[in-house]
Structures are given as C-alpha cells and as structure tokens.
Design a protein around this ligand. Structure first.
Ligand SMILES: Nc1nc2c(ncn2[C@@H]2O[C@H](COP(=O)(O)OP(=O)(O)OP(=O)(O)O)[C@@H](O)[C@H]2O)c(=O)[nH]1
Ligand SMILES: [Mg+2]
Length: 308
C-alpha cells in the first residue's frame, strides 16, 4: 500500500500537511479531532486536562489530506506529568503548517486566553481562530466581541465559528484547512486514521471511562497502560490494561463496591474498542498503586507520556 502511494504521481493541486489544535483545557479540541476523523481516537471528558499527549488524526479528501494534531490543554504545569504535557504543546506547534487556536466561545475571556494567544503568536505560523460550542450560543451576535478582541490581537487566516458536538460548519473548516496547506503528496495512507498504535487507543478509551465515572480527584491520579494485547483470531482480541493510581484509598474508589465501578468502566470501554476494531474484545482491567507516578520519569515514559 505504501508503495502504491509513493509511486503514484502527485495529483495536481493536492494539498497536505499538519494542523495543530491548541487551546485551554475543555475547549473541545479532542471532540473536534474525533468528529473530523469520524472515529473516537482521543478521550473526551468535561474535566480539564483530559488529553495528556499529542494525538494525530488523519482526514483524507479528494482535494487534500490534513493531519490534525490534538494537544493537551494549556495550563500551569505543576507535576512532571504537566510539564511533559506542555512540552507536547510546544513541540506540536513547531512541526506544523497551520495552527488553530480553539476556544469555547460560550465562556468569557480570561488570563488563560492571553497565554494561549501568546503561544500562537510566538509560533509565527499561519493561524486560524476556531470559536467552538456555537450550539450553546443562541444569539450569534454574542460572538462579535470575541471576534473583535482576537482580531485586534492577531492577524488570522480565518475565523470559523463551529460546533464540534453537532458537526456544524465542519465541512467549511476542512476547506479552510486545505486552502492553507502547501501542495504535496499524502502523508498517511488513505485508510489510516491516526498515528496512535492500538495499545495506546485502548488505554485512552479505558482512561476516558474512568474520567466519566469518577469524581474530582481520581482523573488526575489515574493513568492506564496496555500491558498485553493479543490478536487471538479475526474475531477476537484480548487486552489486559493496568490502571495506575497513587494510593490504596484511590484504588478502592476506582474498583468500587464489590468491583462495580471497575466493571462499569470495563463494559463501556470494551464497547468502544469493539466498535473501533469491528469485532469481539475481551478486556481485563487491574488496578495498581504506584506512588508518585506523576513525578516519575520512568513511570511516565512507560505510560507513553514521553519527554519531547
Ligand atoms: N455543547 C458543546 N460541548 C462541547 C463541544 N465540543 C466539546 N464539548 C464538550 O466540552 C467538554 C470538553 O471537551 P474535550 O474535547 O475533552 O476538550 P479538550 O479541549 O480536548 O480538553 P483537554 O484535553 O482537557 O484540553 C466535553 O464535555 C465535550 O463534550 C461543542 O461543540 N458543544
Ligand atoms: Mg483533549
């Protein structure tokens, strides 16, 4: 397949390249990535700091190919984990052709916005402004002050109001992306959707479910690692994932009464993984306590949260 692509003559006018999504936590970056790719490849939750590493999603159309790069929400780093998350943002900004500042248009501007804007300006890359969550805004005139503020601060290649949730304006966005990319051959094969290996996607699905069923503290002290991934047959894949927490008390919360919470996580994650693979999945989860993993270079690297 790879050869087919590399030997094919470049289609005239075909454009391709990398587009980074940057923004504050919860802006809807990962929701937009999933929606545009058409599969769930990045965890989404209403808790800030859901995304922990760079995730690429591939969108291929007759006119061009966009490699959309999702990044962790921009925040103040405390733990080594958070410093690595921010390094992933900086790194993503370096290697792309176009940068998108994505913001939740239903909330007022704050200090975090200034910080993200400065990052985008400093990247010195052509940039688009994406105003997300328009489904939450009844009167679209509400967007005007926001557009004015951002337009005063920076010269944008375009401003696109959209809803990652409903899919509103996403085809316009694809056009806008393609127009701003250089002419070139496809980077990924047409049927590839992401740079993430299956093991990482599976771990991401499990972590997403944990974020959904647990409260305040647990999401930040939890990491998931796929320890074994076995393709038993065309109809069955077996996966074993370790769920890391920092303390025994947190382990009890994740497991729940009589194992009920962990079972719920497993059932929901298995459904998502089966949808992605198109066949049956046996998923086994076990919880491990590893004190201080968020500050441990070794643990973070094992979890795939690498130094940039
Ligand atoms: N109403 C509405 N909600 C949205 C939209 N896009 C995202 N959300 C919600 O916003 C929350 C955050 O979405 P994510 O996609 O996880 O946000 P993110 O920017 O990737 O967040 P981090 O990874 O933490 O930086 C989730 O509850 C989403 O369902 C949208 O267009 N409309
Ligand atoms: Mg995210």
């Amino acid at each position: 397949m790879g050869e087919e692509i590399s030997n094919a003559p470049v289609r005239k006018g075909f454009r391709s390249g990398y587009v980074a999504l940057v923004g504050r936590p919860n802006a809807g970056k990962s929701t937009l990535l999933n929606r545009m790719v058409g599969e769930k490849i990045a965890a989404v939750s209403n808790k800030p700091q859901t995304t922990r590493h760079r995730i690429q999603g591939v969108i291929t159309r007759p006119q061009g190919q966009i490699v959309l790069v999702d990044t962790p929400g921009v925040h103040q780093p405390g733990y080594l984990l958070n410093r690595r998350m921010m390094a992933a943002v900086h790194d993503a900004l370096e290697g792309v052709d176009l940068v998108c500042l994505i913001r939740d248009a239903s909330v007022p501007t704050g200090n975090g916005d200034r910080f993200v804007l400065d990052l985008v300006k400093r990247s010195d890359k052509p940039a688009l402004l994406l105003l997300n969550k328009t489904d939450k805004i009844e009167d679209k005139r509400q967007l005007l002050p926001l557009i004015e503020w951002y337009s005063r601060e920076h010269e944008w290649r375009g401003v696109v109001p959209l809803s990652a949730r409903t899919g509103d304006q996403l085809e316009d966005l694809v056009k806008e992306f393609v127009e701003n990319l250089p002419e070139g051959e496809p980077i990924f094969e047409e049927d590839e959707l992401t740079d993430q290996p299956m093991r990482a996607l599976v771990a991401e699905m499990v972590r997403e479910k944990i974020l959904h069923v647990t409260g305040e503290e647990i999401p930040y002290v939890t990491a998931v690692v796929t320890e074994r991934y076995e393709e038993v047959s065309d109809e069955l894949t077996r996966v074993y994932c370790a769920v890391y927490v920092e303390r025994p008390s947190q382990k009890r919360i994740v497991i729940g009464k009589g194992g009920a919470r962990l079972k719920e996580v497993g059932t929901e994650a298995r459904r998502d993984i089966e949808r992605l693979l198109g066949h049956k999945v046996y998923l086994e989860l076990f919880v491990k306590v590893e004190e201080g993993w968020r500050d441990s270079p070794r643990a973070l690297s094992e979890m795939g949260i690498e130094e940039q």
